[in-house]
Design a protein around this ligand. Structure first.
Ligand SMILES: Nc1ncnc2c1ncn2[C@@H]1O[C@H](COP(=O)(O)OP(=O)(O)OP(=O)(O)O)[C@@H](O)[C@H]1O
Ligand SMILES: Cc1ncc(CO)c(N)n1
Length: 277
């Protein structure tokens, strides 16, 4: 079984972060392991608080999994501080893991800040250059290119400027744009490739970014080339948003059972032989 690692924060509400990542990996049939960088107290209404995990314990988690399991891909999500980014970069280099998907998480969908401001430079200078693909949303792409959030700029310009930071591919997500189409743009340094799907009219998009980046990492691990990996992930996220998961009172998460017949799978008695005593 292919193995994929997520290095990210925990979302107690289960909709984003590590929890979304592991659910997505399971849905794609890969084995998911996790290194937790921060623990958030979070639900569908927002982030009520968070604490980062000590650098020592982040390093220990990385050594534990990287020295034992064999990862075909990994993704990073919430990294919170420069110090955490630095230890993550060191360990990825030390253990030479390929297929790094960087989701440069800065702010939760609720608007709560998840990354220290000074860490933006560390992401740009140390993490992005070792990434196969980075997956910023519109605002993250603007921040990473030194722009203000209000500035009008095309996905094309953002993608080409970000590519200069040294990653192999840039996928700028247009989820937060308006219009009938949810359009994401991939740039490889030469060509732009569009991934478009119908925009679903919903506020329940908690965890969309985490889910998309984990789906891409899973599909890279399954040896799909980048365009196919993104195409499959875009289909997954679109269906997962459409199906939704009405679990809380705020912005609800996506549904990882979207393409299953029912939400508990086939555990009917006819498919199981039970020994009664
Ligand atoms: N309402 C929507 N309908 C269809 N697709 C959407 C919608 N909102 C987001 N997407 C898609 O979901 C994926 C994630 O994009 P988005 O821009 O929401 O990421 P994000 O802001 O990083 O997510 P998060 O809110 O988890 O931080 C993209 O493929 C985007 O096009
Ligand atoms: C832990 C965590 N990571 C990422 C996001 C971005 O959606 C979030 N809300 N929470």
């Amino acid at each position: 079984m292919k193995q994929v690692l997520t290095i990210a924060g925990s979302d107690s509400g289960g909709g984003a972060g590590i929890q979304a990542d592991l659910k997505t990996m399971t849905a794609f049939g890969v084995y998911g392991a996790s290194v937790i960088t921060a623990v958030t107290a979070q639900n569908t209404l927002g982030v009520q608080g968070f604490e980062t995990v000590s650098i020592d314990l982040v390093a220990k988690q990385l050594d534990s999994v990287l020295s034992d399991l064999k990862f075909s891909a990994l993704k990073t999500g919430m990294l919170a501080t420069s110090e955490i980014i630095e230890v993550v970069v060191d360990k990825i280099k030390e253990y030479q893991v390929d297929n790094l998907v960087v989701d440069p998480v800065m702010v939760a969908s609720s608007g709560d800040i998840l990354l220290a401001e000074e860490a933006i430079t560390t992401i740009k200078e140390e993490l992005i250059p070792i990434a196969k693909v980075i997956t910023p949303n519109l605002n993250e792409a603007k921040v990473l290119t030194g722009r203000g959030i209000e500035e009008e700029v095309s996905l094309e310009i953002l993608a080409s400027e970000l590519h200069k930071l040294g990653c192999e591919y840039v996928l700028v997500k247009g989820g937060h744009q308006s219009g009938e189409i949810a359009r994401d743009l991939l740039y490889d340094g030469v060509d732009f490739i569009e991934f478009s799907a119908e925009r679903i009219d919903t506020k329940d998009t908690h965890g969309t970014g985490c889910t998309l980046s984990s789906a891409i990492a899973s599909n890279l691990a399954l040896e799909y080339e980048i365009k196919e990996a993104i195409q499959r992930s875009k289909k997954y996220i679109t269906e997962a948003i459409k199906a939704g998961c009405k679990v809380g009172q705020g912005n609800n998460p996506v549904n990882h059972f979207a393409d299953r017949k029912n939400s508990i799978g086939d555990f009917s008695s006819s498919s199981l032989k039970l020994n009664s005593t």
